[in-house]
Structure formats: structure tokens, C-alpha cells
Design a protein around this ligand. Structure first.
Ligand SMILES: Nc1ncnc2c1ncn2[C@@H]1O[C@H](COP(=O)(O)OP(=O)(O)OP(=O)(O)O)[C@@H](O)[C@H]1O
Ligand SMILES: [Mg+2]
Length: 576
């Protein structure tokens, strides 16, 4: 039986912006409920839930951190000469947010944590210096990394092996009550911008949980979509795709539109809604009133910059902001393709033509393009690499934008949010890849080439502006063809033989590539081995002529600072 709800499920375009009423109020059929159970089982089997022991360990760690910050504030209150009563009352409170707070974290996930302290305990010295030193002395604490200059200042560390992101907000109260309500807008009075941003993570999580009609259904659906996005290579805020909070808001909106739906229905409605969504119409949770939006930070009527956002997903707590400003036309295009894939697969699941596993088929990035950019990052040791890689990764979006800008949009980039490590290298190494393709429908004259050497040079120049550069930190950008992609990117260290075209596989080969590919497959079907050899020989010859035309493709990466000019490590710039 196909699931219920009929034509009301079709999203009227006019309602896309500011839909306030649910699209469908009809409930699930038995089949829908059964499918939901199957989906939940699939998620459990995929290892997405942590064990009871791990959950208890997290609680314990949070309790420990809560006590550490209380002691820290008390100690500071005493040092600053406040009265005994003030010392007695001195307090700090820990809140969680992010996936842990939403109840959708998996085993090994980090815990996003906010410490709320009194007005006289500040971030710069008290948090990033005194508390930092206290943590540094503790043997349970490892990998302590303060990031005071971030958009949202954060102290990262592991406590008993559990990753913690700890933020700090000093609110305008002398004493922080244990039950302080950070959902109340008054906590935002007289605090600086980084504090507003730090408080916002918790306020957003609280709002989401308040605004969805059924929290458990929301959680299962969100777990499913987050897992799906990771499998399909579209989970990453920094690369220009969507991160945890963006997926949470998209799912929450669908939950509002279908208040009686069970997770299996919500997953398929998710794809149906977002394949039809006319971006850049914003996605907002229902409780945000137009008036409220008028006072928000994100407001395309007042801020011209907001009009440039491609996929606005607005946070539901004041000040409402676009949580997905990193999305570009390239990453939006990739996500829309993946939504189409999700929609098609869900339709097949609803018709009993496919199982849930089909939805989570991994995306074969290295089979989807003929041409790639390989960005190699090396550093002297793992600590340097962590910092250097973070910097380069945060700039990769710029490279995508610059290439599309410099080729007038004729060359499209697909940044892939996955890092690969060549363990055979002696230095610390990782590599990122981008798929490259001509824009669909673009007519490129014969012999026309894309020269992106200048673009890559500009990118390298901006990367080398890194304030904390150390000897050994290097970046190399090269153009590689599919067959030259290094073997360490493949899970078993070897390339999959080219599979028959899967229905779920989105391919981005230009016409020439498709013809060559299909000819090769035809040859393999021929019985006459001599004929195959001859034809393959011809192909190989052609390939070798092509390679001779190229400049320095896939250079060997040295592990020392090279005095060579950037030309040696550049993308070839020759494009057929
Ligand atoms: N671009 C953003 N805009 C607004 N808030 C953000 C943004 N990025 C992160 N946050 C806040 O920080 C929280 C933690 O971010 P994080 O990337 O760890 O997501 P998460 O929901 O915890 O998912 P994950 O399972 O990937 O850790 C988010 O839930 C959100 O509250
Ligand atoms: Mg998190």
C-alpha cells in the first residue's frame, strides 16, 4: 500500500515562504509505521546510537566539567575580594547544545557545551587564560586547543577521551542562578556579539525542540538525514554544504508541515519538499513571525548582503540568522542533485521497489568526474597539520568561487568534504579533492581550454597569508584525471572497476568522456581478444599524447619547504 495523504502533499509554490499551516494532517498507515520500524532498525544496525555505557560516561564527564567551572568561578570571586556571601553564592552553569542536546549524537560525537558565568568573569583572561591553565594541569584533559579569535570563541579538548567544545558567556548578573533561563531574551542585554553568538547555540536547540510537534519523530528523521548527508558527501558546513544545525532546521520544518507523520513519511516528505523548494526563499520554523524577522539580523529587505545568500535557513531564536551563509551556487547545485536522488529512491521505497539501504548508498565521487583538483596539505607534524589543514579547509570554498568566477561559470567545481591521507609519506599529509566539469549546456569550441593557473596562484597566495605559518606547512594544487587519482583515496587501496551505471549514480562526464567510457565497455564484451587489444592500444596511445600536453600533473609532494616557483605544482590549466 502506498502511504497516505494524497494530493495535499504537493507543496504549493505560493506557500513556500512563510507557510504557517501544516500541509498535511493525515496520519500514517500501517505500512508507514512498518517502514518506520524498518528505518529505525536500519539506523541501529548502522551503529548510529551510542551504548548505555558511553551515555553514562558522557553524563559523568559533563558533571565533572560542571564542577570544574563552578570551582573556577568561586576561586575568581574570592581572588577579586568579593564578600563571603558572594563567594558562597558564586556560580557557573553548564548547558549543552548541538547534536548532544538535540539527542541525535552518535558514538564518539563531540559534546557542544556552553558555560554561563557572572558579569565579572570575562572571556579573554578568565576563560581563555585562567580556566585554560586549570584544564591544562588536569591529566584527564588532552588536546587542549583554545580558539579565542573564532567567530564563536571556543576551547576544544578531550576529557577522558570525550571531545568537548566549550564556549563561554558572561551574562549581566552578579550571581548566576542554577536555573538561569537562557531562552529568555533578557540574557542578551548588555552582552557583546561573541556572547550573543555563544548563547545562541543553546537558544536555537531549545527552540527547535519546542517547535517540533513530536520530538522522537524529529530525532529519528534527523539521525536518518544526517547519516544520509554524510554518505552522499553533503555534510559539512565549512565546505559550503550543510552542518548539524542546518539539517536540524530543515528536518524540523518538515516535521511542522506534517505533524502527524512518522519518520519514514517524514524522510520521503523531506526530499519531496526540498526538491521543490524555490531557493533562495528562506526556510524558517513556524514560530518566527514576520515582525520578528524584521528585527532579526538576517533580513534581505534591509541588508543587501543577505540577498546574496543562496540557501537561507534561518535560526529560530532571536537574533534570527542565516545558518547556511556558506552555501554557494556550486554546493547548492550538488545538494539539489542529491535531493533528487533521495526523492527518487524514496519513491521507489514507497513502491516497495527498493529497501532503505538504497537511500544510503555511498556517493562514488571518484567515479563521477573526469577531472579533479587535488589539494595536498603537508606539515612537519600532526599538531601543525591539524592547524594548517583547518585553515586550508576553511578557504577551499573560496577556491571554488574563484574558479567559477574566473571561468565565467563555464567550469563548475564540486568540493568534496572528505580528507584523504597518504600514509606512505614521511611528513604529515592530507588531501582534499574537487570534481571539475563544464557547465551543462555550455558549448565549448574545439581546442578551447580552461587556464586556471592564475586562479590557483591567487588561492595559494591567500593561503600563505596564514598568521601562524610554520616551516613545513605547504600546499600543492594539481589537476588530476580520474585514472590518475591516487590509490589511497579508495577504501581498499585500489580503484573499483567501473561499475555498470547505477540508477543512483550521478555522473558528471562530458560527452567525450561518456563516449570513451561506453566504447571501453563495448570492447570488453567483444569475444575477439586481438581486436580488444588493438583498440585499447589505440586508446592508451591517445592518452599518452594527452598527458604529454599537460604541465606537471600530480607532482610528487616533497616534505620540505621548496624553493621552487609555484608553477611546478600548479594545475595543468590545459583542458580538453
Ligand atoms: N552556521 C551556524 N549558524 C548558527 N549556529 C551554528 C552554526 N554552526 C554551528 N552552530 C551552532 O553550533 C552547534 C554545534 O555545531 P556542530 O557543527 O557541532 O553541529 P551539531 O548539531 O552538534 O552536529 P554534529 O553531529 O556534526 O556535531 C550547532 O548545533 C549550532 O547551534
Ligand atoms: Mg556537535
Amino acid at each position: 500500500m502506498v502511504s497516505s495523504e494524497g494530493s495535499s502533499a504537493l507543496l504549493p509554490q505560493a506557500k513556500q515562504q512563510g507557510v504557517t499551516k501544516p500541509i498535511s494532517v493525515s496520519g500514517p498507515t500501517e505500512t508507514d509505521v512498518q517502514r518506520s520500524l524498518e528505518l529505525e532498525k536500519f539506523l541501529v544496525d548502522a551503529g548510529l546510537y551510542e551504548s548505555k555505557e558511553e551515555a553514562a560516561r558522557r553524563e559523568e564527564v559533563l558533571g565533572r566539567i560542571g564542577q570544574i567551572v563552578k570551582d573556577w568561578v568561586k576561586q575568581l570571586t574570592r581572588l577579586r575580594g568579593y564578600t563571603d556571601q558572594m563567594v558562597e553564592d558564586a556560580n557557573a552553569v553548564i548547558f549543552t547544545f548541538g547534536s548532544y542536546r538535540l539527542g541525535v549524537h552518535g558514538p564518539g560525537a563531540d559534546i557542544d557545551t556552553l558555560c554561563v558565568g557572572p558579569s565579572y568573569v570575562n572571556r579573554d583572561e578568565d576563560f581563555f587564560f585562567i580556566l585554560h591553565n586549570i584544564l591544562e594541569e588536569m591529566e584527564e584533559v588532552t588536546e587542549l586547543q583554545p580558539v579565542p579569535d573564532a567567530h564563536v570563541p571556543v576551547m576544544r579538548f578531550k576529557f577522558d577521551g570525550i571531545s568537548i567544545d566549550l564556549l563561554y558567556a558572561s551574562i549581566s548578573l552578579l550571581v548566576v542562578p542554577e536555573d538561569v533561563d537562557i531562552s529568555d531574551v533578557s540574557v542578551l542585554y548588555n552582552v557583546d556579539e561573541p556572547t550573543v553568538r555563544s548563547l545562541n547555540g543553546c537558544r536555537v536547540a531549545d527552540q527547535i525542540l519546542k517547535l517540533v510537534p513530536n520530538v522522537e519523530h524529529f530525532r529519528t528523521t534527523l539521525r536518518c538525514l544526517k547519516f544520509w548527508a554524510k554518505r552522499r558527501g553533503v555534510y559539512s558546513n565549512v565546505t559550503g554544504f550543510l552542518g548539524g544545525v542546518n539539517w536540524a532546521l530543515l528536518v524540523a520544518r518538515v516535521c511542522q508541515l506534517y505533524p502527524n507523520a512518522v519518520p519514514s513519511m517524514l524522510v520521503s516528505r523531506f526530499f519531496r519538499v526540498y526538491t521543490q523548494w524555490r531557493w533562495p526563499n528562506p526556510v524558517m520554523l513556524c514560530a518566527i513571525e514576520e515582525d520578528e524577522l524584521g528585527f532579526s539580523v538576517w533580513d534581505p529587505r534591509r541588508n543587501p548582503r543577505d540577498r546574496t545568500h543562496h540557501m537561507p535557513i534561518i535560526t529560530p531564536a532571536y537574533p534570527c540568522m542565516n545558518s547556511s551563509y556558506n552555501v554557494s551556487t556550486s554546493t547548492l547545485r550538488v545538494m539539489m542533485e542529491q535531493f533528487q536522488f533521495g526523492n527518487k529512491t524514496c519513491e521507489e521505497i514507497e513502491l516497495n521497489k527498493a529497501q532503505w539501504s538504497a537511500l544510503f548508498e555511498p556517493y562514488f565521487f571518484f567515479e563521477s568526474y573526469k577531472n579533479y583538483l587535488q589539494v595536498d596539505i603537508v606539515a612537519a607534524d600532526v599538531d601543525d597539520l591539524r592547524a594548517w589543514k583547518g585553515w586550508v579547509e576553511s578557504r577551499l570554498r573560496q577556491l571554488t568561487l574563484m574558479i567559477e568566477r574566473d571561468t565565467y561559470g563555464k567550469l563548475q567545481c564540486h568540493p568534496y568534504p572528505h580528507e584523504y591521507v597518504d600514509t606512505s609519506k614521511q611528513c604529515s599529509h592530507c588531501a582534499f579533492f574537487m570534481g571539475l566539469q563544464r557547465k551543462e549546456g555550455e558549448i565549448i569550441e574545439e581546442g578551447q581550454q580552461f587556464d586556471i593557473r592564475g586562479t590557483v596562484d591567487e588561492f595559494r597566495h591567500s593561503i600563505n597569508m596564514y598568521m601562524f605559518w610554520k616551516p613545513g606547512m605547504e600546499i600543492y594544487v594539481s589537476h588530476v584525471r580520474r585514472r590518475q587519482v591516487p590509490s589511497y583515496v579508495f577504501p581498499e587501496g585500489y580503484k573499483r572497476s567501473r561499475p555498470p551505471r547505477l540508477t543512483n549514480q550521478l555522473s558528471h562526464e562530458d560527452g567525450e568522456g561518456c563516449r570513451a567510457g561506453s566504447r571501453e565497455r563495448q570492447f570488453k564484451r567483444k569475444k575477439d581478444p586481438e581486436r580488444v587489444d588493438l583498440r585499447q592500444d589505440k586508446l592508451e596511445k591517445r592518452q599518452s599524447i594527452r598527458q604529454q600536453k599537460e604541465v606537471s600533473v600530480s607532482p610528487e609532494i616533497p616534505c620540505h619547504r621548496s624553493a621552487s616557483t609555484s608553477q611546478e605544482h600548479l594545475v595543468s590549466g590545459l583542458w580538453e
